[in-house]
Design a protein around this ligand. Structure first.
Ligand code: ADP
Length: 503
């Protein structure tokens, strides 16, 4: 018969052998008193090799970075000095073959008769757990980076109470709040100036799970209403229903739209101003006729008066009436002209032709692309600056690009290229090249003459106005045929004297 003690010992040994955790005991001097098979398997040391040796020296001698780990700082040894249980998860144990593994261990003091006589250490290899944690934090970091590097403001809001769980840097920047301030706000706080639209948007979002709007603006920390384009989706996050709002700051976009509208208006105005020259000769001709008629009628009146013919009063009044009609006609012609030009004289400034062209093209590029034209721009970086009336030169670029787009309207594989260049920094040059149908030879020679047009609704003044603008700027404009078909319009402007290349 085995004694109770034998049975207990056997049970304890069976448990120690069966457990997956490594277990070993140390005495008050830190020398190993026993170890289980898992400890052998995990460290590579046999029980015999461990027995009676300092476990710290064998398996715990260095930190994860390989630096020396003095046993005076070892938490395992601390257990039998301070009598407390020590739980550690950020150290490594070293195997017999010199490799190491991240370990989680608990060191429990053994107290006998009120005296600490050693400690039991139970440990496990947590390589997989650490890898999973690293993968998780890497993926969290990756998502955080995506969220932080986007140009849109992102808000994560809990539906139950409207609390913001998270926001990104762009949201803070856009609204002028710190992250801590912003997460105390609710979506209602940000839209308190337009609650009706906000409620309507939230209702459609909650009904369908996703929604978009351009009608909302967000209230910033200084009270500014920032126009935003919002898209939102309902998402499930750890059992909680949340809304992910992505808001794009529309201030720049709206400003650019406004600028484009002003530019378009200016270009139209520019067209009218530039047509002035053309108009002036036509106007002189138009005015000549009524003014000559007025003069004739008045001379006739003078003759009647000189003849002292009292019976001629009816005729006199008829002539005066006719003269007045003609004077009125001349007045109408002149007032028509005044409304033709409202904004005044040309205004020269020092400019970069690339920027001028970019603004003029910006208005048309979208149209060209929408019509399937392969629209390319190649700007030289070393253009000298030019002294020009910005609006007038934009008008020229605008006319040439618009003509090319119109010429390409029925062309398959249409290509339009705008190129700037310089010859030795003496001049800035821009070419607008298309692969359209071009024009017949007899047309080509008179393309820059006024009223030359092939379009049913064309005026035929765009190119002649463009020529006068370029020549007024001491520049030259020409048209060439492309070898592969189509036309290439090129105009050159002299560099502003004393200006170096604009790099
Ligand atoms: P409009 O466009 O009103 O006709 P323009 O003076 O701008 O007046 O153009 C005169 C004519 O030159 C056009 O009618 C067209 O026949 C021709 N033209 C201009 N640009 C091109 C081009 N890129 N390709 C073919 N023809 C062109």
């Amino acid at each position: 018969m085995k004694s109770n003690e034998d049975v207990l010992l056997k049970h304890r040994n069976l448990i120690l052998e069966a457990t997956g955790d490594g277990v070993y005991g140390i005495d008050a001097n830190g020398l190993t008193t026993f170890s289980n098979p898992a400890a052998e398997r995990l460290t590579g040391f046999s029980s015999d090799e461990l027995f009676g040796k300092s476990s710290h020296t064998l398996i715990h001698h260095s930190h994860p970075d390989g630096s020396h780990f003095p046993n005076t700082e070892c938490p395992i040894y601390a257990a039998f000095k301070d009598g407390k249980v020590h739980h550690v998860t950020d150290e490594v144990f070293w195997r017999k073959d010199g490799s190491s593994f991240p370990v989680e261990y608990v060191s429990t003091p053994i107290i006998d008769d009120g005296e600490i006589v050693g400690a039991v250490v139970s440990f496990r290899d947590i390589t997989e757990r650490k890898q999973a944690e690293a993968a998780l934090s890497e993926s969290e970091e990756r998502y955080r980076k995506i969220v932080e590097s986007t140009h849109e403001a992102i808000f994560l809001v809990r539906i139950a109470d409207g609390i913001m769980l998270d926001v990104n840097d762009e949201a803070c920047r856009m609204l002028g709040y710190s992250r801590d301030e912003l997460i105390t706000k609710t979506t209602e706080d940000l839209h308190q100036h337009q609650m009706d639209i906000h409620r309507e948007f939230m209702a459609s979002l909650l009904a369908s799970g996703r929604a978009k709007t351009d009608r909302l603006s967000c209230l910033s920390s200084n009270g500014e209403q920032i126009p935003v384009r919002v898209s939102a989706s309902v998402i499930q996050l750890q059992e909680e229903e949340c809304i992910l709002f992505i808001a794009q700051d529309m201030r720049e976009h709206l400003k650019a739209e406004q600028k484009a509208r002003t530019l378009q208006a200016n270009l139209h105005h520019g067209a009218r101003v530039s047509s002035m020259g053309e108009m002036a000769s036509g106007l002189a001709h138009e005015l000549n006729q009524p003014l000559a008629a007025v003069m004739n009628y008045l001379q006739a009146c003078q003759m009647l008066i000189d003849a002292n013919d009292t019976g001629a009063s009816d005729q006199l009044s008829d002539y005066i009436g006719r003269a007045a009609d003609q004077a009125e006609r001349a007045g109408k012609i002149i007032s028509g002209l005044r409304s033709f030009v409202k904004k005044g004289e040309s205004n020269r400034t020092i400019e970069n032709l690339n920027e001028i062209a970019e603004e003029a093209i910006g208005l048309l590029a979208a149209n060209a692309t929408a019509e399937g034209i392969d629209f390319r721009v190649s700007f030289a970086s070393d253009l000298p600056r030019v002294s020009v009336d910005r609006i007038q030169i934009q008008q020229v670029v605008f006319n040439l690009v618009r003509n090319a787009i119109e010429a390409l309207s029925l062309v398959a594989g249409a290509q339009l290229t705008v190129t700037t260049s310089t010859s030795n920094g003496d001049s800035a040059q821009i070419s607008i090249r298309d692969n359209g149908p071009g024009v017949a030879d007899e047309m080509l020679a008179k393309l820059f003459d006024a009223f030359t047009t092939t379009k049913p609704d064309g005026m035929g003044v765009g190119l002649s106005i463009s020529k006068s603008i370029v020549e007024e700027h001491s520049g030259k404009i020409r048209v060439d045929r492309n070898t592969g078909g189509g036309l290439c319009f090129t105009f050159t402007l002299p560099a502003e004297i004393g200006d170096g290349a604009d790099v």
